[in-house]
Design a binder for this molecule. Structure first.
Ligand SMILES: Nc1ncnc2c1ncn2[C@@H]1O[C@H](COP(=O)(O)OP(=O)(O)OP(=O)(O)O)[C@@H](O)[C@H]1O
Ligand SMILES: [Mg+2]
Length: 338
C-alpha cells in the first residue's frame, strides 16, 4: 500500500469534521450561514462534511483588540502608501469558472466545496485571536515534490475560496520564478513583480502589488524572468521582503505559489519564512520516497498540511469520473514520520 492509499484510508477513519468543528467551537463562531455551496456531488468528493466557516465576525468584545499575530479578520486592509498600488487588474471570473476553478461568487460546484473544507484548518491557524493561531500562520506556502502536481491550481483556488469570506483579505504571490503560472491561470498580465522586488532594494512592496476586481484579493506577479531566480529566493533579502509583506499586510492571508521542492532549492529556502505549508501530492503519481524527501526539505516549517490532488472519483459504474481533492493536516504528517 503506498502513501496515498494510506492517506485515503486514514482519512476515511479519521474524524476530520470533528477536528474542524472542535476548532471552530473553540473560536466560538457557531454554525455559519449557508454560503450557497451545495452538497458535494459524490460522497468521495471531500474528506469531511461542511463545517462552520472560521471567519465569521465575532460578537463585539469589550477591552483592547488582541495583538496582531496574524490577519485581523474584521479590519480592512491598511491603505497602501504608494501610488502604483492603486493599479488594478480585472480577473475574468466567468472564464475562471468555465475552466473549473473556484470563484469568490459562491457557485455551487464540487471544487468550491472541496476548497471550502481545505481552507478551514488553514484559516484557523492564520487568524489572530484563534486558539489554533500559529506564528506567521498568515504566511502560507503552496508546495509539492515534483512539477505539475497542482500547486498553482491549489494556490489560486485557495486564494479565491478565502477571498469569498467576508472578513478575510488575501494576497496571492507568484513566488515560482522559474515557471510562473498564477497570472496566466487568472488570464491577466503584469510587467513587474516578486523578482523585481527581490532584486531592486529601491522598490517597495506597494510598487508591485495589484488590486483586483475581487474586493478581498490582491496579487503580486512573479515579475521579470531572472537568471538567478533561485538565488534571489534563497537570499537574505527574500526573508526581509517576505517579513515586510507579512508585517505590512498582517491583516491578510498571504499565499505563496512556489516551485517544486525536488526540482529546485527555492522551496526549501522559502519554507524558513512561512508559518504554514500546503503540500500538494498528486494521487497515483508521486511516489512515497519523493513525498518523504520533499517533506524533509520543508522540515523547517512546523505546520504542513497535505492536499491529495487529482484523485479520481469512482462512479457507481466502477469507472473513474472527475478529479477530487482532499486535505490532511500535520497530525497525519507527524504520524507518518514516526
Ligand atoms: N484537481 C485538479 N483538477 C483538474 N485539473 C487539475 C487539478 N489540479 C491540477 N490540474 C491541472 O493540472 C495541470 C498542472 O497543474 P498546476 O499548473 O497547478 O501544477 P503545478 O504543480 O503548479 O506545476 P509546476 O510545478 O509546473 O508549477 C494544470 O493544467 C492544472 O489545471
Ligand atoms: Mg505552478
Amino acid at each position: 500500500m503506498d502513501l496515498i492509499e494510506k492517506a485515503v484510508k486514514k482519512s476515511e477513519r479519521s474524524s476530520k469534521a470533528s477536528l474542524i468543528e472542535r476548532a471552530a467551537k473553540k473560536l466560538g463562531t457557531g454554525p455559519a450561514p449557508d454560503d450557497g455551496v451545495s452538497e458535494p456531488e459524490s460522497a468521495e468528493a471531500v474528506a469531511a462534511p461542511p463545517a462552520p466557516d472560521v471567519a465569521e465576525p465575532a460578537a463585539p468584545q469589550p477591552g483592547p483588540p488582541p495583538p496582531a499575530a496574524g490577519p485581523a479578520p474584521t479590519a480592512p486592509p491598511a491603505p497602501d502608501r504608494h501610488g502604483p498600488a492603486s493599479r488594478r487588474v480585472d480577473i475574468d471570473l466567468d472564464r475562471l469558472f468555465t475552466s473549473g476553478m473556484v470563484t469568490p461568487r459562491g457557485e455551487r460546484t464540487r471544487i468550491a466545496e472541496e476548497y471550502r473544507v481545505i481552507k478551514r484548518p488553514l484559516l484557523l491557524k492564520a487568524v489572530a485571536g484563534s486558539q489554533e493561531a500559529v506564528d506567521k500562520g498568515n504566511l502560507i506556502m503552496v508546495s509539492s515534490s515534483i512539477p505539475g502536481e497542482g500547486k498553482t491550481f491549489t494556490a489560486v483556488n485557495l486564494a479565491m475560496s478565502m477571498a469569498k469570506e467576508r472578513d478575510v483579505y488575501v494576497l496571492l504571490v507568484d513566488a515560482d520564478l522559474s515557471r510562473p503560472a498564477v497570472f496566466p491561470t487568472l488570464g491577466i498580465e503584469a510587467d513587474m513583480g516578486f523578482s523585481d522586488l527581490l532584486e531592486d532594494a529601491s522598490l517597495d512592496v506597494a510598487d508591485v502589488l495589484l488590486r483586483t476586481n475581487v474586493e478581498n484579493l490582491s496579487l503580486i506577479a512573479a515579475g521579470r524572468p531572472h537568471p538567478m531566480g533561485t538565488e534571489l529566493l534563497a537570499s537574505e533579502r527574500a526573508g526581509h521582503v517576505i517579513g515586510e509583506i507579512a508585517h505590512r499586510y498582517a491583516n491578510r492571508v498571504i499565499i505563496l505559489d512556489t516551485a517544486p521542492v525536488l526540482a529546485s532549492s527555492e522551496g526549501g529556502a522559502l519554507s524558513r519564512f512561512v508559518g504554514q505549508v500546503v503540500f500538494v501530492v498528486e494521487a497515483e503519481k508521486t511516489n512515497e520516497a519523493a513525498v518523504k524527501g520533499a517533506l524533509d526539505v520543508l522540515g523547517s516549517c512546523k505546520h504542513i498540511g497535505l492536499v491529495l490532488n487529482k484523485a479520481r472519483t469512482r462512479l457507481a459504474s466502477g469507472l473513474y469520473g472527475g478529479y477530487y481533492t482532499a486535505y490532511y493536516d500535520e497530525s497525519y504528517y507527524a504520524n507518518r514520520r514516526r
